[in-house]
Write a new protein. Sequence first.
Length: 323
Amino acid sequence: MAGAVCLLLAAAPAASATAPGAPPGVCEAPAPAVPPLPGPSSSASRIQGGFTFLEGPVWIDQPGYLLVSDLGAAAGAQQVQPSTIHRLIPGAPPETFVAASGSNGLALSPDGQQIIAATHDNRGVSAFPLPGGARTPIAATFQGRAFNSPNDVTVRADGVVYFTDPTFQRGRRGDEMGGRTGVFRVVDGQVALVDDTLRQPNGIALSPDGRTLYVGAFGENLIYAYAVEPDGSTGARTVFASIAGPDGVTVDCAGNVYWVSHNEGRVHVFSPAGVELGTIAAGPQATNAAFGGPDRRTLYITAGRTGDYGISSISLGVPGYPY
C-alpha cells in the first residue's frame, strides 16, 4: 500500500469521460487559430535578475504576479539546498512569499487557492495556501519509503497530482528508492507509481484535454508521453521528442508543448504531434517556463547563471498554462 498522505485539494466537477488537464478558467475558450510563435527562432528579453537559482514559475491571475522558487547553496551535514518562494509583481521589488519553502517546481490547485510544490527539503509534495501560510503535506512517502527529492509537479483539474522524483536535491540523505528515479501520482490521498525506469525525470505537464502526460527524462535527453485514463492511471509510454537536458515545461491552450532545454538555454516548442515548431532563446541554464500576463500570452522563463538568475519574457500568439 502507498504511504498515507493528507490531500486538501478542492476538486473540480468530475468529467464523464476524461478529466481536463487545464486548470479551470485557463483554456475554456477555443485556442486562437494563429501561429504560437512570432517566428521559427525567437528570443525572450530579460526583465529581472539578481536571484540565486530560479525554478518553478507560476502566474497568479488576481491581482497578477509570478511566484518562483529560489534555491540556495547546499548546506548542513545533509547538503540540502534551502529554498524561498518569491512573489514578483511587475515593476516592483521582489517580496518573500514563503521564507523556508524548500521548494523546486510549483503548480496551482484546481480552485486556485493553493500552491502545490515539489518540496525537496522534506522529500515530498506540499501545499501552501494563498496568500501564504503553513504547508500541508500531499505526498510524504511511497510504501513507507522516502522519495529522493521531488522536483516538478502538475495538477489535473480534478485534483490528481503527478510529480517527478530525481536525485538532484537529495544531497547526502540516504537512498530509499533502491537506486531508481521515478514519476508518481496522488489520487484521493494515495500515492501510486507511474514509472520508475526513467533516468532523472524532471519536467512534467498534462495536455489541455488531460489525455496525455508528458515527462522529460533529463538523464536520457528524451521526452516521453503517457496516455492518461479518466481515473488518473497511465498507459504505456512513447517517445514524444528529444532535446538536450529537458528541464521544465508548460503547454498552451492549443496543446503545443514548450520544453526548456537547460543545456541549450532555449525553449523548444512542439505541436501535439511532436513536430518542432521553433525555439525561443532564453538565456544560459534555463530551467522552467509559465504563461502569464492579463491574457496569459506572455511566456515567462527562468534562466541565468548561479548567483544571477532572472526572468525573461516573450509575447506569444496562443494563451497557455500558468505553470
